[in-house]
Design a protein around this ligand. Structure first.
Ligand SMILES: [Zn+2]
Length: 411
């Protein structure tokens, strides 16, 4: 076996020194530093007999041709948020590089199937506020009308910035042809949450990404003087909203999902008036579509009940919604097996954040993800970290997953 996980860690440190500073990783998509990171990556890959090109959306594809055109895809992203962590995205790519090296060394001549590493463009969406640009262009789900109007802080339009790196906005969806022979997609990622840390497990198999229901709920009461209005005569919009804040905990517990009230604004919002209007936002997430719908129905029922009790009205506005995206059961099984062979115990968990893998799965390619434990459970922060022994284990286990998947594609 020529796999060398220690080399992956050394390369991650090399990348950190080249593209980070005292505040963390600075590989924001389309920036000079991001291009530096991509050039550095291309030099690493040049030692292999691979073909490298950028697709119509600016994603970089590195192809190790096999005896079959059917391809195993391994993905990650070199871009980071400003002041980001050293592992988010880059770990996935550099583990992929190591696996390409191992496959090239292991097989005399071409491997049984084609193996392709993709570095997705602008996974984070840090500059234009919209994540998964490259992978959603590739999957066909990118909303072109919305993307065309996105501006950065300096007022520059996304299409103009894409032009600077040689990408024609009108053609970004032509990226989808890269998926033509895709037989499976694998992505390794740092967990970005505390689940594996709390269970004291290095690795986990990801079941899919949460579906999300995001709504604004406004209770409408009546403004009234705080001194002259008896307690039993009030139409207090805040009281109904406050009851909602307690109710989301049993709702989440009943269905096994998560619910968050992330913002609350009151009108008139002065110390001497009963609240006339109270607007809260509710974010609900679940891996199971029926359970997500159940959580939403329960929240609607509770809001009606609290409005009725408090003699106020309630109105709802949907802010955003996405269905749960489930990964492939066969590949999840391989992922469990690979983890078991490497560390003894695996754990299956959903992903709260969306990832490029969700876009590839939506495009119909069998997909799986592996998570490695995140120290502190924190990401998008310079303190993001993973124990070195866990980094080594994840490269090893991810390589086993890649090998099992190659054999499955071949068979
Ligand atoms: Zn990421």
């Amino acid at each position: 076996m020529s796999l060398n996980p220690k080399r992956t860690i050394a390369e991650l440190k090399e990348l950190r020194a080249l593209t980070g500073d005292e505040n963390g990783a600075q590989r924001v998509a389309f920036s000079k530093t991001w291009l530096t990171a991509r050039d550095w990556l291309a030099k690493k890959l040049a030692a292999l007999p691979v073909e490298i090109h950028n697709d119509a959306a600016g994603n970089t594809w590195t192809t190790l041709r096999g005896r079959s055109e059917r391809a195993l895809l391994i993905g990650g992203h070199m871009d980071s948020v400003p002041n980001g962590g050293w592992l988010d995205g880059a770990l996935n790519v550099l583990a992929g590089v190591e696996i390409l090296r191992r496959i090239h060394d292991d097989y005399t001549g071409p491997p049984p199937v084609t193996v392709r590493l993709v570095d997705w463009a602008d996974e984070e969406g840090a500059r234009f506020g919209k994540s998964l640009f490259g992978s959603s262009a590739c999957s066909g789900h990118l909303d072109l009308d919305e993307a065309r109007t996105l501006r950065d802080k300096e007022g520059k339009l996304l299409p103009d910035v894409l032009k600077e790196i040689g990408v024609d906005f009108g053609r970004v969806k032509e990226s989808s042809k890269e998926l033509k022979n895709a037989a499976a997609y694998l992505e390794l990622h740092i967990e970005q949450g505390p689940v594996l840390l709390d269970m004291d497990l290095p690795l986990g198999a990801v079941l899919g990404t949460f579906g999300v229901e995001r709504h604004a709920i406004t209770f409408h009461g009546q403004a009234a003087h705080s001194g002259s209005t008896p307690m039993n005569r009030r139409k207090d919009a805040f009281l109904a909203a406050a009851k909602m804040s307690l109710e989301i905990y049993p709702i989440a517990a009943r269905h096994g999902g998560v619910c968050t009230i992330g913002s609350c604004t009151t009108k008139p919002g002065i110390v001497t008036s009963v609240v006339e209007d109270c607007r809260i936002t509710l974010d609900q997430r679940h891996l199971d579509a029926a359970a997500l719908a159940g959580m939403l129905a329960d929240a609607r029922e509770a809001a009606d009940r609290f409005a009725h009790e408090g003699n106020v009205r309630v109105s709802w506005e949907r802010l955003w919604q996405i269905e749960p995206i489930l990964f492939d059961p066969v590949l999840i099984g391989f992922c469990d097996d690979a983890i078991g062979e490497t560390c003894g115990k695996s754990h299956r968990l959903p992903s709260g954040p969306l990832h490029d893998a969700a876009e590839v799965a939506r495009a119909g390619v069998p997909t799986a993800m592996m998570f490695v434990q995140s120290l502190h459970g924190i990401s998008h922060n310079k303190i993001e970290d993973t124990r070195e022994e866990h980094l080594e284990r994840c490269v090893e286990a991810f390589d086993r997953l890649a090998e099992k998947t190659m054999q499955w594609i071949e068979g």
